[in-house]
Design a protein around this ligand. Structure first.
Ligand code: FAD
Length: 504
């Protein structure tokens, strides 16, 4: 018997752990696209962005625990490429891995805005944090939870931040308009410039002005090592906040720098590396040509010598007089200057590898469509976490694709149990729950925002469907939210919930 778990993050890890907890002694293969051992994402937009926050990502378990105690075969840094449900095989890096039971836990991938950072992975977090460490003026595109947490991190450092949001209130889809308006108040109180009903046209390139006044505005700089004062603008697909900006292409880390400033680079701390070409950018620092690692060293500044503009035109020997910041151009033409642009515009299920496999994919977002037991169609195949649309019996079978930590953990554990013993499969009927930390406030939500009526007192917002309470959002009421969660799970009556809110 072989259990294959694809996706080595929260849901995948919980699947592995629960398989062993139930007494399963067979083979387990855990396949993960990232090089890292499974690690936790919520701190990436919280503690990791704080001044003085952690500088390394600690995995949930060490490799010894995973391989030794849990007896897991790890295939990391290797995305699953395809699935054949007839012969029960997953193809990973050209190798066929047979399964009897399969858990799909590939989560979601951040939707990208060309020229802006996303925040989904450890590498993303390091890049955003490096820019904040340099005191970046920040523009966040999208007033969702991640955008709000990035803005909080910037404000906590006293940095100016603007959030641009197309909708008239933040989080209208996730919590509804009433609660969204309450949450907008948290941004205003913290001094974040919240631009609602505002659309972004593009993240625009800055440029450089060469000595003598020759303007190269609008020309992305192809390979200047920036840092310190220099903010050599943003170019679509090429913003890297770690100090080295690569020209063109998706690849940032470990990619060749297209152009090196003649003279070399100087690393933070003023260690001179003159005459040394930059071999590639790596998270948190640079790797010098010849592979000598300088991890953790921010790049401190450009060494005079010149620049090569994107497109290859050489300007060697020209002194750079000034970097002209890029920013975010709004529909209507206004440009918000920015040293750091972060897009928090949602995530899409990572299911490209499942196309044509017979696993049903949602017509809108291509997430895996499951029944209430997490079964995803073909025999032995179950799904869990951010990737999965699951019919929730607590809410009239409403299909929900949740991007919440608790659901991913619960579903991961259940999916493995059900995949190993389909006869034992039961509906996973839990009340969705998430939390988020904004400007020192704890925002928590339980249930569903799809309601007939929404009532708010400011700190507490309740959602009614028929005669039942189906949702609650609170600000700084951690004990109460769990009481609402229990009421929702018990299909509690609306009138009683309102009474409780009045007395709590
Ligand atoms: P993911 O964590 O997305 O993991 C999926 C894994 O599968 C990834 O490692 C991916 O690389 C891998 N993968 C993708 N494709 C393949 C493939 N083809 N082959 C192999 N592997 C593949 N939730 C809350 O409730 N509260 C919070 O405060 C909160 N904060 C968050 C902050 C951030 C910055 C982020 C990104 C998320 C936050 N969340 C929060 C959401 C929570 O982290 C997610 O719900 C959870 O990580 C989902 O786990 P998952 O295992 O389903 O998917």
């Amino acid at each position: 018997m072989t259990l294959v778990v694809v996706g080595a993050s929260l849901a995948g890890l919980r699947a592995v752990e629960s398989a062993r907890r139930t007494g399963y002694r067979g083979r387990i293969v855990l396949v993960g696209a990232e090089e890292h051992l499974p690690y936790d994402r919520p701190p990436l937009s919280k503690a990791f962005l704080a001044a003085g926050g952690p500088r390394v990502v600690e995995p949930f378990h060490s490799e010894e625990v995973l391989r030794g105690e849990l007896g897991v075969e790890l295939m990391l840094g290797a995305p699953a490429e395809s699935l054949d449900t007839d012969v029960r095989e997953v193809t990973v890096a050209g190798t066929a891995v047979r399964y009897d039971a399969l858990v799909i836990a590939t989560g979601a991938t951040a939707r990208r805005l060309p020229g802006a950072h996303s925040l989904r992975t450890a590498e993303d977090a390091f890049a955003v944090r490096a820019a904040l460490d340099r005191g970046a003026r920040t523009v966040v595109v999208g007033a969702g939870f991640i955008g709000a947490e990035v803005a909080s991190a910037a404000r906590a450092r006293g940095l100016p931040v603007t959030i641009v949001e197309a909708a008239p209130v933040p989080l209208a889809r996730a919590v509804g308009e009433t609660a969204g308006a309450v949450l907008a108040g948290l941004h205003h109180a913290a001094g974040t410039d919240l631009r609602l009903g505002t659309e972004v046209e593009a993240v625009v390139a800055g440029g450089v002005r060469l000595a003598g006044g020759e303007g190269r505005l609008g020309s992305g700089v192809g390979g200047v090592v920036a840092g310190g004062e220099g903010r050599f603008g943003f170019e679509a697909d090429a913003v890297v906040a770690g100090g080295v900006r690569l020209a063109g292409g998706e690849g940032r880390f470990g990619s060749e720098v297209e152009a090196v400033v003649a003279g070399g680079v100087r690393l933070a701390g003023d260690e001179a590396r003159l005459g040394t070409g930059v071999g590639g950018a790596v998270a948190g620092g640079v790797r010098l040509a010849g592979s000598e690692g300088q991890l953790g060293s921010g790049v401190g500044g450009a060494v005079a010598g010149g620049v090569r503009l994107a497109g290859g035109e050489g300007r060697f020997g020209s002194e750079v007089e000034a970097g002209v910041a890029g920013g975010v151009r709004l529909v209507g033409g206004e440009v918000l200057p920015a040293d750091l642009v972060v897009a928090g515009i949602g995530a899409a299920p990572a299911t490209g590898w499942l196309e044509g496999s017979g696993v049903p994919l949602h017509p809108r977002d291509r997430g895996v469509v499951c029944d209430a037991t997490l079964a995803a169609g073909p025999p032995g195949v179950y799904a869990a976490g951010d990737v999965a649309h699951v019919a929730n019996p607590l809410f009239d079978g409403e299909p929900m694709r949740l991007e919440h930590w608790t659901s991913a953990a619960e579903q991961g554990a259940a999916a493995a149990r059900h995949a190993l013993d389909p006869a034992s499969a039961r509906a996973v009927a839990t009340v969705p729950y998430f939390w988020s930390d904004w400007y020192g406030h704890r925002v928590q939500f339980v249930g569903t925002p799809h309601a007939d009526e929404v009532v708010t007192t400011g700190d507490v917002t309740l959602y009614r469907r028929g005669e039942r309470i189906v949702g609650a959002l609170t600000v700084d009421r951690p004990r109460e939210i769990m009481k609402y969660r229990r009421r929702i799970a018990a299909r509690g009556r609306w009138a009683e919930a309102l009474d409780f809110a009045g007395t709590a």
